[in-house]
Design a protein around this ligand. Structure first.
Ligand SMILES: Nc1ncnc2c1ncn2[C@@H]1O[C@H](COP(=O)(O)OP(=O)(O)O)[C@@H](O)[C@H]1O
Ligand SMILES: [Mg+2]
Length: 322
């Protein structure tokens, strides 16, 4: 609330979106992200099939839709954590399609990702420092620009400490991230995403599993990002929260954008209600599939963090031995 009240852009924001037609793929007056014909298939399943979508700069856009709609996969593809089968997309007018995640982050578009086991074994401050170059590029930058990097060390630590104190995690800086509570992890994810000074932040279910007291604080932080001029795209299931903080809502179902509009209009839209009700009859993403997705992202991070020793791969035996 306070961020809204003090943000001079609040009335302008409402006005800017007032003329946008509430239809899937609606053009926006000042889109920061534009995607065309993005598809991602897993075997026979088309998880993402987005014809056209635009995300308006400087506002909070919610991406909603039933379990298995393709929201996370769409995030993964856009931010270089997964590869699209087809499609093009631009961020700030420049193509970032097919770029690795750290390059996308360096361009200004970052997403939070869950605190995996690998990151749990790092201390809070180390987690933050990993965010400084967009999560993946640290070794590259170290190798290419050792002197520049050394000069940056101090300012990176300084920025990390400022963010930790803003998110009330400063007292945890030397703890292992695995020791944080569920809510503190969510705060750490958001704080880490801000290390690379993004212009757009993508949050995948930032309030999931967070207790009500901390939810309010997280909502406040999301509004603060907007008040600072950042663009926010977030996935959320709780319609009250969506209603509370979003300026615009985009609805996905079965990989496609099926509706868009201001929160009130979208929630009254029969297509949206259908998409949610219909989902009860479809098999949602299973626990096992979700675990697999997490494991894949985690193994990437493991590979990035661990020295190349140990664990010889176990070869699957071909043919019987007798
Ligand atoms: N790595 C994967 N392998 C196979 N299927 C996947 C994979 N990742 C996602 N899926 C499938 O793609 C669909 C979309 O999943 P997801 O993007 O996680 O949906 P949402 O985030 O909207 O719940 C689901 O049917 C899911 O089972
Ligand atoms: Mg998801």
């Amino acid at each position: 609330m306070s961020a809204d009240a003090t943000s001079p852009s609040a009335p302008i924001r409402a006005q800017v979106l007032a003329d946008v037609p509430p239809v899937p793929g609606a053009p926006k007056p000042d889109p920061i992200l534009v995607a065309d014909n993005v598809t991602r298939r897993f075997g026979g399943l088309t998880a993402v099939d987005v014809e056209h979508v635009e995300v308006q700069r400087g506002v909070i856009t919610a991406l909603i839709g039933p379990n298995g709609a393709g929201k996370t996969t769409f995030f993964n593809v856009l931010t270089g954590f997964d590869q699209a089968d087809t499609g093009s997309w631009t961020f700030e007018g420049a193509s970032v399609a097919g770029k690795p995640s750290y390059k996308v982050a360096q361009a200004g578009m970052v997403r939070t990702f869950q605190l995996t086991k690998a990151l749990s074994r790092l201390r809070v401050l180390e987690n933050m420092r990993l965010g400084a170059t967009g999560q993946r590029g640290e070794s590259v930058w170290r190798a290419l620009l050792p002197f520049l990097w050394r000069d940056q060390e101090e300012s990176i630590t300084e920025r990390a400490e400022q963010l930790l104190s803003r998110f009330k995690l400063d007292h945890m800086r030397d703890e292992f991230a695995g020791a944080l509570s569920g809510g503190q992890r969510k705060l750490l994810e958001m704080a880490r995403a801000l290390m690379s000074e993004p212009t757009m932040v993508m949050l995948d279910e930032p309030m999931a599993g967070v207790n009500p007291a901390l939810t309010q604080s997280l909502l406040g932080h999301v509004k603060d990002l907007r008040a600072e001029g950042m663009t926010v795209l977030f996935v959320e299931h709780d319609m009250d929260m969506v209603h509370d903080i979003s300026d615009w809502v985009i609805v996905m179902a079965q990989g496609k954008i099926v509706a868009e509009g201001p929160p009130e209009a979208v929630m009254a839209n029969p297509d949206v209600i259908d998409a949610y009700l219909g989902a009860h009859h479809d098999a949602p993403v299973t626990e096992a599939e979700e675990q697999q997705q997490l494991a894949e992202i985690e193994s990437d991070i493991e590979a990035e963090l661990s020295a190349p020793d140990e664990s010889p791969a176990t070869e699957p035996s071909t043919g019987g031995s007798s």
